[in-house]
Design a binder for this molecule. Structure first.
Ligand code: SME
Length: 159
């Protein structure tokens, strides 16, 4: 089982600047290499109205842009709630960037009432993400939100 409290401490030590681009890049790489059985880990950012724009990530080149009314990422952005999808083929509107992906976890990044973007994790294994993974990954996002100036991310009339 992944030791998320150790990962949270390691991530906090890694994020030694408040710069958003540096910290999103470090976080994507850290999660991709420390959480087993992922084929993609990265960020989509709310930089245009009702639209997610691809940010720092690890894995195959990915779909861009993603409107809020599409995909697991759009659902997380619109609802402000984590989406834990055991079988992406059963999720209406799932966007298949990589046919190998079978399960997905998407955590919205909220700073106050501002939706900054989402962290998206994909796995080639069905049902890869448990409730414990969700809690652990949400805790890593809280470290990122606390340590990083996410409201500095440039955007175009976000709503
Ligand atoms: N599957 C996502 C799209 C992003 S990729 O997985 C990297 C979705 O349905 O929103």
């Amino acid at each position: 089982m992944t030791d998320y409290s150790m990962l949270a401490r390691q991530l906090e030590a890694l994020l030694d600047t408040r710069d958003w681009l540096t910290n999103l890049s470090q976080t994507a790489a850290f999660i991709f290499h420390n959480v087993p059985e992922l084929n993609w880990a990265g960020f989509y950012l709310h930089r245009q109205p009702q639209t997610l724009i691809l940010g720092p990530f690890q894995g195959q080149p990915a779909c861009n842009p993603i409107p809020f009314d599409q995909g697991v990422c759009g659902t997380a952005a619109l609802s402000g709630e984590t989406q834990r999808v055991e079988d992406v083929h059963a999720f209406p509107g799932h966007i298949a960037c990589d046919a190998a992906s079978r399960s997905e976890l998407v955590v919205p990044l909220l700073v106050g009432d501002r939706m900054i973007g989402v962290l998206d994790l994909d796995s080639p294994l069905p049902g890869r993400f448990t409730a414990d993974d969700q809690t652990g990954i949400e805790a890593l996002c809280e470290v990122l939100i606390r340590t990083t100036s996410l409201t500095d991310i440039p955007g175009d009339n976000r709503d």
